[in-house]
Write a protein of this length. Structure first.
Lengths: 376, 322
């Protein structure tokens, strides 16, 4: 087990930059999830830690030992691949003992260890079989077991569940988390699935375009997204983002959306004061999550004219997609009966649930103490 | 791959899924199918199956190209052969040639493929692969004539190289001991590219993630080769060995050109390069004993068949198929 530290690690292939200089610290025993769309550089990050790629610059440390120029075979990392990458010509037992043989352990000890891990993963009845005879879920367990049995310093998983069907994926999600709580091996888990990231991780690193966008706990990332990318990447349906600007309105200030500048939404006194203090009149975007909007009028809230165009019933709740003038808006509600389509409604969003993003699409942090308040 | 094979398929589910075709469409498709293979079928029948069947017939007859009266003689042709020392000599030469050349070719091809593997040699890989394959696309007779000059004891390149590394010069094609090895060297040069490319294809079919998994599992160098590459190259190795065996057992053109050429005397010196296929040619077209040559061909066919069956038997036990 080890902590992992990346100091200004970057990677370029030829002239193409796949990972910008990255600073990252993963605690010993932590379950860290790297999430991002495909091509964002998340797999490269994992492969750099594994030693399958050499960083173009920067240093990688396990505990306090530099490993960036150590080859993969001497780093003692356990890696689980998306397509399992089980050795097809070996039995399950041979698959799991392969790494231990590299460590030159005595045979009886190897057998015992393999048996032990196989029992935990409930694959001990498969040990004499060959991978061709196994189902996808069983192969995934073998891949996990093969990495775990060596007692690796860090455990790396590259989209390990994306080849499984939905039900099995949900089950394996819980089991991997449970395994982590049993063995406490430092784990870096790469996925493009925000649900996997949210449900499994102690902390999440969101990656896009070869850059880390935000690092934080799942709650942090959902409730205080650092920028519009993170805000819209997590949550389904995605957060509604409305570009606009702050304009003077009577004695106070109001928000005017770009697509409907005629409709002015007056700001409550504290927000107006903040905007006045900081001269916030430049273009900005307001965002709100679909579940924070309600169809009933609701105290100090932002009122939005909303016309539903499609209503999806998911049993426990409705997803309503519609428009504010020309701008698409999504809302979820647990009301017993859904609203009617094509009928103008008033949508209320509490001002406390509204996220403010500046013109660089970064979060404006109103919770920061006065004096250090800045456009983040 | 294995994944597809392991999918559960209930046989009860399969039978009703059979497409129900009318006899009209069935006839239409078969007419089209046979029509498409007809041209190549005609060529094969005329120049391959026809002669092969005719060969099976004359091997058991006393047959002469100039007379219409052929006489059934049973196994007499075979018995005559077994009493000819030159026949046994040719079998021995063939065995020597195959037993040495096949493993050497396969090992060298494997070594070259491992060196040329993509990833080790990204940019120049394609050029190296092209150069390795190039000799194989040259005509055997033409390059053999060049190699006659290379093997020339007085001013050939081969002896120049030996001289350069301070080794005694050889008589190459003119020596009883070195003539067949000289032919082997030429054949190795001509054919190793083909087998290298086959091995490269085999290496490319090993999933990258499997190699990476083995790397993170601590494997490298010899252990990586022995436990991952070698077993996963099993099917392609089997194919290379079978193909190389068949090709070497049938070697004719380079022996004919290197050791004698059109001026005669091929197979020498002192029959040291007379292999089975060369003897078949000479018996038939030089001495005009077509029946004897046919009997020899049948023996060569049986030998290749037995060798391939043995190789298949071995492969079924030791080769892992994905």
């Amino acid at each position: 087990m080890a902590s992992i530290q990346l100091n200004n690690v970057s990677k370029t292939f030829g002239s193409q930059r796949v990972l910008a200089p990255t600073q990252l610290e993963i605690q010993n025993g932590e379950f860290f999830t790297v999430v991002g769309p495909s091509g964002s550089g998340k797999s490269t990050l994992l492969r750099l830690i594994a030693g399958l790629e050499v960083p173009s610059a920067g240093e990688i440390l396990f505990d306090d030992e530099r490993v960036d120029h150590k080859p993969a075979y001497s780093r003692n990392v356990g890696m689980v691949f998306q397509n399992y990458a089980i050795y097809p010509h070996m039995t399950i037992h041979q698959n799991m003992s392969f790494g231990l043989e590299s460590q030159k352990l005595p045979k009886t000890q190897i057998h015992q260890k393999v048996k032990e891990i196989a029992q935990i993963l409930e694959i001990d009845h498969l040990l004499t079989k060959r991978p061709g005879q196994l189902s996808g879920g069983q192969k995934q367990r073998v891949a996990l077991g093969r990495a775990l049995v060596r007692n690796p310093r860090v455990f790396l998983m590259d989209e390990p569940l994306s080849n499984l069907d939905t039900q099995l994926r949900e089950r394996m999600r819980k089991e991997i988390r449970l395994l982590h709580e049993t063995f406490h091996v430092t784990t870096v888990y790469v996925t493009h699935d925000q649900t996997e990231a949210m449900t499994m991780a102690d902390r999440i690193g969101v990656v896009n375009g070869g850059e880390i966008q935000q690092i934080g706990t799942p709650e942090d990332i959902y409730q205080h997204p650092a920028n519009i990318f993170v805000a819209t990447f997590f949550g389904s349906p995605a957060m509604n983002i409305i570009p606009g600007r702050i304009v003077p309105f009577k004695e106070t200030l109001a928000f005017a959306a770009d697509h409907d500048p005629g409709k002015l939404s007056p700001l409550p006194a504290d927000l107006a004061a903040y905007c006045r203090d900081h001269g916030l009149q430049r273009p900005l975007s307001l965002g709100f999550r679909p579940e924070t909007a309600s169809l009933q009028p609701n105290g100090a809230s932002w009122d939005i004219p909303f016309t539903p165009t499609s209503i999806e019933s998911l049993g426990s709740h409705y997803q309503i997609h519609g428009q504010w003038a020309t701008h698409p808006i999504s809302v979820t509600t647990t009301a017993r009966t859904g609203p009617q389509r094509h009928k103008l409604l008033n949508l209320s969003v509490p001002w406390t649930d509204v996220h403010w993003f500046n013109e660089d699409s970064c979060l404006i942090d109103f919770t920061a103490p006065v004096g250090v308040r800045q456009e983040a | 791959m294995a994944q597809a094979r392991s999918l559960p398929q209930s046989p009860a589910h399969r039978s009703p899924a059979l497409p129900v075709e009318s006899w009209r469409t069935r006839i239409k498709t078969s007419v089209l199918g046979y029509g498409l293979i007809l041209p190549s079928l005609l060529v094969f029948l005329t120049f391959f199956y026809g002669p092969a069947i005719f060969l099976g017939y004359i091997a058991f007859f006393h047959w002469n190209i100039f007379s219409a009266n052929s006489k059934f003689v049973g196994f007499a042709n075979f018995i005559t052969l077994f009493h000819q020392p030159i026949f046994w000599q040719s079998l021995l030469n063939t065995a020597y040639y195959v037993v040495v050349l096949v493993p050497v070719t396969a090992l060298l091809a494997l070594a070259l493929a491992l060196l040329l593997r993509e990833g080790l040699n990204r940019g120049r890989g394609a050029i190296s692969r092209a150069f390795i394959f190039l000799p194989h696309v040259t005509p055997v007779v033409a390059t053999s004539i060049i190699w006659v000059w290379i093997f020339n004891p007085q001013f050939g390149l081969a002896n120049t190289v030996l001289h350069f590394v301070h080794l005694p010069s050889l008589n190459w094609l003119e020596s009883v001991h070195w003539a067949l090895p000289s032919v082997m060297i030429y054949t190795l040069w001509h054919s190793v590219g083909l087998y290298t490319v086959l091995f490269l294809a085999g290496l490319a079919s090993i999933p990258r993630s499997v190699i990476e998994a083995a790397t993170t599992d601590g494997a490298k160098g010899w252990r990586m080769f022995k436990r991952i590459f070698w077993p996963m190259l099993g099917p392609i190795t089997f194919f290379v060995i079978v193909l190389a065996s068949i090709n070497t057992m049938q070697t004719f053109s380079q022996i004919y050109t290197l050791t004698g050429g059109p001026h005669g005397g091929a197979g020498g010196p002192a029959f040291s390069t007379t292999t089975d296929s060369l003897l078949i040619y000479q018996t038939a077209f030089l001495y005009l004993h077509f029946s004897l040559a046919s009997a020899m061909s049948i023996i060569l066919f049986l030998l290749i068949l037995i060798l391939t069956l043995v190789q298949k038997w071995v492969a079924d036990r030791y080769v892992f198929y994905r």
